[in-house]
Design a protein around this ligand. Structure first.
Ligand SMILES: [Zn+2]
Length: 281
């Protein structure tokens, strides 16, 4: 108790303490998967969609189940990305800039696949217009609000808010700012090398059942199923929320693909300097 008093002074105890830690490492190799739809006019300029395809594979058994499916985290994002690819492929007017689809690996082990891509880019970063990332979308149907991770960072946000406005949807910031989401999924590695990157996800305000219900769904998932074998597909899941995000990001990517300008980092963003440096090359 004395140690909690303001006038406490350290007292030599003449004792030593030994602390030990042991870790098991397993090294393995994994792959990013990448595809491209070539632009009709400025094929060297790209818009990169990304979603991590990895999860935890087989792990410790919980309630008799050792398969970590990752239905929400992140089959939802991969499914949305594949539908966007299909939509671009089926569009009558081909995009003028190239559209890249990047399924990254090792997200759950520390954003490894996107870090590898950012260090070893296949398409020049200073011609990469934007990165649009999808991770763990809303499995509880369409929402009236869409959460933009990294709100205030760059002008890709303005493209998104325009589309939301057209659909009568509300743009909100991070629903869990304390979790630091802008720094916790693959778009972060693009931001670090200066590519204007953004990640959006359904908010809480369910179109059908309201905000309180939607919040219960998402927070219930975070509590019970996040990174557990029970993050599995069930027929109760309403995948309209995945489609909603896919629609918004398709519209944004299509618009960006037919422009000649590059969206910028907003003044004050910590990622602006990296872009300025890379554009000079
Ligand atoms: Zn994830």
């Amino acid at each position: 108790a004395y140690a909690r008093k303001k006038d406490f002074k350290a007292v030599p105890l003449n004792q030593t303490v030994t602390v030990g830690l042991s870790n098991k490492y397993k090294y393995s190799t994994s792959q990013n998967v990448i595809g491209i739809i070539k632009g009709s006019k400025r094929p060297e300029e790209t818009i990169i969609y990304s979603a991590h395809w990895d999860h935890f594979g087989i792990g410790p058994k919980i309630s008799g189940d050792s398969i970590y499916n990752g239905a929400v985290d992140n089959a939802s994002g991969v499914a949305a990305m594949l539908s966007i690819a299909k939509a671009f492929q089926n569009s009558k007017e081909k995009p003028e800039r190239s559209i890249v689809f990047l399924a990254v690996t090792g997200e759950e082990q520390g954003l490894l696949g996107s870090e590898y891509y950012a260090i070893n880019p296949i398409y020049p970063l200073n011609k990469t217009v934007a990165n649009l990332n999808m991770d763990a979308l809303g499995f509880y149907g369409e929402t009236k609000d869409i959460s933009i991770k990294g709100k205030g960072q760059n002008e890709v946000e303005d493209y998104i808010t325009n589309v939301l406005h057209d659909h009568g949807l509300e743009a909100i910031g991070d629903t869990r700012p304390s979790a630091g989401s802008y720094y916790r999924s693959d778009h972060f590695n693009f931001a670090k090398v200066g590519v204007p990157a953004i990640d959006i996800v359904n908010g809480f305000n369910s179109k059908e059942h309201g905000a309180k219900w939607g919040q219960e769904q998402r927070l219930g998932y975070n509590e019970k199923h996040y990174h557990q074998p029970s993050d599995a597909y069930s027929p109760q899941m309403n995948t309209d929320g995945f489609a909603q995000i896919a629609n918004i990001l398709f519209t944004v990517g299509y618009k960006l693909s037919n422009e000649t300008t590059f969206p910028q980092w907003k003044s004050g963003s910590e990622f602006k300097a990296a872009r300025d440096k890379s554009m000079k090359k």
